[in-house]
Design a protein around this ligand. Sequence first.
Ligand code: SAH
Length: 241
Amino acid sequence: MNTRHMFIIGMVFPFVLFVLVPAGCSSGEKDYARNRERMVVGQIAARGVHDARVIAAMRKVPRHRFVPPELRSAAYADSPLPIGSGQTISQPYIVALMTESLGLTGGGKVLEIGTGSGYQAAVLAEIVDTVYTIEILSELAERARAILDTLGYRNIHVRAGDGYFGWPEKAPFDGVIVTAAAPRIPEPLIAQLKVGGRIVIPVGDYEQDLEIYKKTAAGLELLSTVPVRFVPMKGKIRESN
Ligand code: SAH
């Protein structure tokens, strides 16, 4: 990039941000909105996530509200962040990629395993009618429920428990997303997915691949894989049978 290009970007970028940041919010909120816009452009769209619904959701959900207060200034950085209890909120790009991988077309319902902070659930709730999300650590489930409630998400249902078993009363789902790494796909989650729907799950131990499958009448069809790093899925999936 030559000096002239840098000059043009230097002139245009602040203007773009100025136009995009809504008027009338406090200076702190303005900073968050500006950082969020930078995140969408520089981390998500730049790496090839183009689904308009996903981009709109990532633009809207206030990620800083889902991280511990002392980490708010880093909420829009290109990395995962600790959320307490040894768990993490995923990197923004990974949240966008996983959401796009579900191939959602609006409406319907999605099951998430691993609520964590509740951020991924909020992104999904901007796209589908209803999100069911399960978190094994009750303190995280409670915290996520409280923040989602404060932000006005009435279409997200949080349950504390082992996501291995899914949420059979609400099945079948249009999509299933697992945000903790499992040695294999829990059988009940496959059973609770609609034919034509997708399941997105990090599989592996230290070396993990995000696996994206479509359910067909004949079974699961692997669409693609991406190397990732997630915290381990706990509970029933770790028992040998
Ligand atoms: N989606 C989250 C990030 C999740 S980190 C977010 O947007 O913030 C993975 C989460 O999965 C952790 O909170 C962990 O406690 C939870 N988890 C691990 N094993 C689980 C299981 N068997 N059932 C439900 N949640 C589980």
